[in-house]
Ligand binder design. Sequence first.
Ligand code: SAH
Length: 357
Amino acid sequence: MALPLIEAPAGVKHKRALLDVPVRELIEWLAQRGEKPLRARQLRHWLLNAGADSLTAMTDLPKGLRHALDAEFTPLGTRVVRRLEAEDGTHKLLVKLSDDRLIECVLIQEDRRRTACISTQVGCGMGCVFCASGLDGVDRNLTTGEILEQLIRLRGQTPEPRRLTHVVVMGMGEPLANLDNLLSALEMATAKEGLGIGARHVTISTVGLPAKMRRLADLRKQYHLAVSLHAPNDALRNQIVPTNDKTGLDTIMAAADYFFEKTGRQVTYEYVLLHGLNDDPSHARELARLLKGRRAHVNLIPFNDVPGLPYRRPTPDALAKFMNPLRQAGISVKVRKRKGSQIDAACGQLRREVVAS
Ligand code: SAH
């Protein structure tokens, strides 16, 4: 169900969003106005917990302070310009940033799970051949506030008592190419006084940037790592994932092993199945050999159609034949369920439609 485009309120464009102001800076700003650090906590509470989208709603802040804040900051810097809802409860939001660029985020609801799928960049620079997000390259990284605001907006779509249980960083962009901003956003998302989402319920998906994977491992957070493999050897992966040419599978696998050693968290390997390209049972056998001896989980993702791209998903029979060798090798494997397909829930598609129209 498509709702009409919601028009922008005037005048909010150039003010900095409050969630983009680091706590220390906010406390300093408050101190200069004779306000206690506690006010910073109140502000964050209103934004992160109470879902306030205006300063007027923040009734326990003195009026004078609210005016001073209003002169410099905006509570939220992004706006939801389109909201799509599929019959299976999946919501997709098209979000406009302060510079009028567009990003997407998705809420997936299943039983008690409320999973937010969020973006980290406008577009993507990795250029995976089948992916809609990277077709026009990357414009810029999202700020910490822009990442967090997606979570706030998606939580707003959940039924009372509004809450998110899981986060998957699998929207537009390469999360590890914007690691600092992502980490700050996740700090607030997982803090008790933030959004209170369990760190173990956060999954970061990467094309495979080894140095950043190692850095993430060294932080010893409980975040889960998913690596987009899509091929069991370099020759094939180079065709599908252009960045592989410089990196190579060995380096990526070594970084994934390092992540497991440091965090004890089993790595997930994602594998998008593209009919006739990487879905042959021989590829599955090769994948099984690659993962042998590793504690790994494989997530098979039948390709979601992208208009204009020549790829197709495998037939159910081909999918079953691909799974067999993996199962026989004792590898834990799942097929990702298709959610919200009526609303183009695959990343980057809605934005392309709107930008193109
Ligand atoms: N840059 C990150 C996040 C990408 S989105 C990464 O590469 O992991 C999360 C997953 O969806 C990735 O595995 C990505 O390759 C996959 N994906 C992208 N477009 C897809 C499509 N049209 N159909 C199926 N999976 C897709």
